[in-house]
Design a protein around this ligand. Structure first.
Ligand SMILES: NC(=O)c1ccc[n+]([C@@H]2O[C@H](COP(=O)([O-])OP(=O)(O)OC[C@H]3O[C@@H](n4cnc5c(N)ncnc54)[C@H](O)[C@@H]3O)[C@@H](O)[C@H]2O)c1
Length: 262
């Protein structure tokens, strides 16, 4: 692929390029690719702060902030600027409605979700999200594209949090209720998830690592509204966010990091 990365923030572009270089160097040092291949990949990449350069794109993957108004603004621009009617116009959104994003374009059949997982170079999954008007051909092409990227696609309808984050949020809600009911401690729930379910991190550790308690609440509130009470997070978790405790970066989340260096 020839890849063109666009961000309004120059520093983000510099950091992104550095991260790509570091990942490729890692592959070279492990003997997984030749140094020439790394150079060839980098030579096919270009970066810019100018959105006017998307005109001849075959595939456009949007990954701006998770904000519906901003996404709609971007998709209106893409619709005007991307010349090819065959182009795929995709969103990496983790939770927003792909049907709603597509509604601002004149080609909703070519719009779909292509949801990657962090850290993207390591995680093999891609969720392909079918909006209400996404065509079968578009879904097939996004699946094929994911395969070409070495990823395994799964298909999700356009529904809050799609498949994987819905599973994760259901697990985390139940984990919080287990603690609330005094059935088990935060530590024991995490150890149980790791040693009993084979998860690399327990749900509390994971959201602390991501500094993601406010985001978790934002998404589960939305899921409660859309899908029902089973996603309602207990008040003790809401209180953490209200107290400004987002996770590891704030010194405390589900765990206290200030003393133990956990
Ligand atoms: N962080 C994750 O783990 C993760 C995983 C999967 C999907 N996503 C999705 O990816 C998207 C981005 O999330 P993120 O965590 O990377 O957010 P982020 O805040 O780290 O990055 C968003 C980027 O968008 C850029 N941006 C904002 N407005 C722009 C514009 N008008 N034109 C060009 N660039 C613009 C910002 O400069 C920023 O670099 C969201 O839709 C999110 O749901 C995130």
């Amino acid at each position: 692929f020839n890849v063109y990365g666009i961000d309004t923030n120059k520093k983000t572009i510099e950091n992104g390029l550095k991260a790509v270089e570091k990942n490729l160097e890692g592959l070279v040092s492990k003997g997984k690719i030749e140094a020439e291949k790394k150079d060839a990949i980098l030579s096919r990449m270009a970066f810019s702060t100018d959105l006017d350069n998307v005109g001849d794109a075959d595939v456009l993957i949007e990954a701006v902030f998770e904000d519906m108004d901003l996404k709609k603004e971007m998709f209106k621009k893409f619709d005007k600027q991307v010349a090819s009617e065959e182009a795929l116009i995709l969103s990496n959104t983790s939770s927003l409605s792909v049907s709603e994003i597509a509604s601002v374009t004149k080609r909703p059949e070519r719009v779909a979700g292509m949801h990657f997982f962090n850290p993207v170079p390591i995680m093999r999954l891609v969720e392909v999200v079918r909006g209400a008007l996404t065509s079968d051909e578009t879904v097939e092409q996004v699946k094929e594209l994911a395969g070409l990227m070495g990823k395994t696609p799964i298909i999700s309808a356009d529904s809050p949090a799609f498949i994987v984050n819905r599973l994760l949020n259901a697990l985390t809600c139940e984990a919080a209720r287990i603690v609330e009911e005094g059935v088990g401690s935060v530590e024991d729930v995490d150890t149980g998830a790791k040693l009993g379910l084979g998860h690399p991190m327990g749900p509390f550790e994971l959201f602390d690592f991501l500094n993601g308690i406010p985001l978790l609440l934002h998404v589960t509130d939305y899921m409660t509204e859309q899908l029902g009470e089973r996603f309602r997070m207990p008040v003790w978790v809401k209180n953490l966010a209200r107290a400004g405790l987002a996770g590891r970066a704030t010194g405390r989340g589900f765990y206290d990091y200030s003393q133990e260096g956990k």
